[in-house]
Design a protein around this ligand. Sequence first.
Ligand SMILES: CC(=O)SCCNC(=O)CCNC(=O)[C@H](O)C(C)(C)COP(=O)(O)OP(=O)(O)OC[C@H]1O[C@@H](n2cnc3c(N)ncnc32)[C@H](O)[C@@H]1OP(=O)(O)O
Length: 208
Amino acid sequence: MRSDIVVVGAGGHAKVCIELLRSMGESIACCVGGSDSPDLCLDVPVLRGDEHLVSLRAKGHFRLFVAIGSNRLRERLGTICVGHGYQLVNAISPHAIISPSAKLGRGVAVMAGVVINAESVIEDLAIINTGATVDHDCRVGQAVHIAPQCALAGNVTIGNLSFLGVGCKVIPEIQIGEHVTVGAGGVVICHIGSGATVVGVPTRVLNS
Ligand SMILES: CC(=O)SCCNC(=O)CCNC(=O)[C@H](O)C(C)(C)COP(=O)(O)OP(=O)(O)OC[C@H]1O[C@@H](n2cnc3c(N)ncnc32)[C@H](O)[C@@H]1OP(=O)(O)O
């Protein structure tokens, strides 16, 4: 069996994740991209087309990371890859600080400068991007993306597939539903229902 990692995705987010995985001492086998992907992602060869997921598995590759920024696509491909028998690995920067009592799922990306505090839970396929902080007792749902420099105070809950744009702040005890988008720089001071897009300081609803 091959232990080097197959990376799904070949864009900017994949570049960051490849460097994260290498900083953990891992080797990258190849990327699997779409029909319009470049030949290389950094210096990693890119195979175009999801059919390669099946052939790579047949060749003995079994460890995989889904490095796609779109929450829905990341979740969908993660599910497909697990169905093919892959194990989803985590990409955790050595420059992140993660509480020993925090719990991380599978396929999670934690970039440099992140702090995750006591008893927070980060579910499968979430991205905690550069310099974001997740304080105590938070729950970050499946395939959520917390963009760079966001700050979640204590006891914040973020539902599955939600996206917090760069630099958002969330005050303690707030519950954000599923499929929510918080625009860059938003300050969340009230609960937000599922499906809403909110922006501003404090946030106001753009649609719901
Ligand atoms: C490493 C990485 O790169 S990670 C990726 C990080 N990416 C981000 O942080 C992107 C965050 N995206 C945003 O903030 C976007 O503006 C979104 C998703 C909130 C809205 O995008 P769109 O749906 O295209 O909205 P659109 O640009 O048409 O703006 C709609 C209205 O909201 C306002 N608006 C949009 N974004 C914001 C914002 N972040 N803060 C305040 N107001 C905003 C616009 O000014 C506009 O107002 P108007 O109707 O009065 O003119």
